[in-house]
Design a protein around this ligand. Structure first.
Ligand code: HSE
Length: 429
């Protein structure tokens, strides 16, 4: 039997696309030796000719129209790297309907429409792989889908956004303001020129939905994720947090509770002795708690052309194996279970608060009373003199239901001696 050559078409030759081509050119023959068959980068499409010209591939492999890949019966696998919902969604659907396997790094799409695309792939006896959609070069999708399938995962804690982790690290280590740390991140290429999705927590929320689907086998809904970005965190908060033994991280947290899934993205105080505290700069990590394996951590580069390209090419090899050995759609995810969701108000947490108050008799007592009224008990109280007759008060509560805590906050707002809205950060429990 003649050896099957598995042919790959790539759509989208931006930074990651170029990384995939470069890594393929560097490691292609080593990959072929490892898997004992040939994977060929047959065509690359991008509307932008300049991007195509930056690739070290023969001219006849380059095209500006993705249809040349989607409609080519010789192409077995399509790599989608254009990002966003449309036209990526239609393009992937067309590839699947034409019997092609799909590899994508598209987190927005997999979080919002992943289940419909997986279903379409299943019906067409192919598969869709998306290892690079979460955590860039960190193997995460495959461990969740394969290695942990027999375990019962109870909680997923992720630092899955490199931009915000870089910003918090610079604020902590160099005393920078959030704005200065963000500018530095942009200058060094760790943040996009429009960092909205990163700074506001949306990027982390997309990744959380993808991880929660796989970790819990239940249908996580992006619209049910409670999302808070990093804008409310100041250098002072990070500095006080360290004083009391915590670092500040933007966490994506998914929990499988008896009442349903609890999904949230927000800054959190993480104990310095927790492994996630030592994840610095633009690096990512996901900490998984499960019944059998107990605690696992996956750590590494969450973005960047080469780490992401390695994840994408590993998916290409997995798809190629299915084709080469005729295993139809191999391990394709089954339907996810429908589930309820636990609103943030019903969750319990400890809260850090920092207030600027007038430094006079009775102010602290009224603050403490507002919390006592809602049975929110205080665990730590720090008062520091600031300027003139203003003082800074840092409080840490004991565990309290979030809705009771919010009622207490409303009462505190009525106290005239309180000068500014507080910083509020939940503690990781
Ligand atoms: N912008 C993302 C981050 C990388 O900062 O982690 C891609 O998801």
């Amino acid at each position: 039997m003649a050896e099957k050559i598995v042919k790959v078409g790539l759509v989208g030759a931006g930074t990651i696309g170029k990384g995939v081509v470069d890594l393929y050119l560097r490691n292609g023959s080593a990959i072929n030796n490892k898997v004992d068959f040939a994977v060929m980068m047959a065509k690359v499409a991008d509307r932008d000719r300049d991007r195509l010209q930056g690739l070290d591939l023969e001219k006849e492999k380059l095209c500006t129209d993705a249809s040349e890949i989607l409609e080519d019966p010789d192409i077995d696998i399509v790599i989608e790297l254009i990002g966003g919902i449309e036209p990526a969604r239609s393009l992937i659907a067309r590839a699947i309907e034409n019997g092609k396997y799909v590899v994508t790094a598209n987190k927005d799409l997999m979080a919002r429409h992943g289940q419909e695309l997986i279903r379409l792939a299943r019906r067409n006896k192919v598969n869709i792989f998306y290892e690079a959609s979460v955590g860039g070069g960190i193997p995460l999708i495959r461990p969740l889908k394969h290695s942990l399938v027999a375990d019962r995962v109870s909680r997923v804690l992720g630092i899955v956004n490199g931009t915000t982790n870089y910003i918090f690290t610079r604020m902590d280590q160099d005393g920078l303001s959030l704005e200065d740390a963000l500018s530095e991140a942009q200058r060094l290429g760790f943040a996009e020129s429009d960092p909205t999705n990163d700074v506001e927590g949306l990027d982390a929320a997309y990744k959380l939905v993808i991880m929660a689907n796989l970790a819990f086998g239940k249908k996580a809904d992006f619209d049910q994720v409670h999302i808070e970005g990093i804008k409310g965190v100041t250098y002072e908060d990070i500095s006080y947090a360290r004083e009391i033994g915590y670092s500040v991280k933007l966490l994506a947290i998914g929990e499988d509770l008896p009442e349903g899934l609890a999904l949230r993205v927000h800054p959190a105080l993480v104990p310095l002795e927790h492994p996630l505290s030592s994840v610095l700069n633009e690096l990512n990590a996901v900490f998984i708690e499960s019944e059998a394996a107990k605690e696992l951590m996956f750590y590494g580069p969450g973005a960047g052309a080469m780490p992401t390209a390695a994840a994408i090419l590993s998916d290409v090899v997995e798809a190629a194996r299915c084709i080469r050995f005729n295993v139809a759609n191999g391990v394709v995810e089954s339907e996810l279970q429908e589930t309820g969701f636990v609103p943030i108000g019903a969750l319990e947490a400890r809260f850090y608060l920092r207030y600027l108050v007038e430094d006079r008799a009775g102010v602290f007592a009224s603050l403490a009373n507002a919390f006592a009224d809602e049975e929110v008990s205080l665990d730590m109280v720090i008062q520091k003199r600031r300027v003139g007759d203003l003082a800074e008060v840092v409080l840490v509560t004991h565990e309290a239901r979030e809705d009771a805590f919010r009622r207490a906050l409303e009462k505190v707002t009525d106290i005239s001696a309180i000068k500014a809205n507080p910083s509020i950060i939940r503690l990781l429990n």
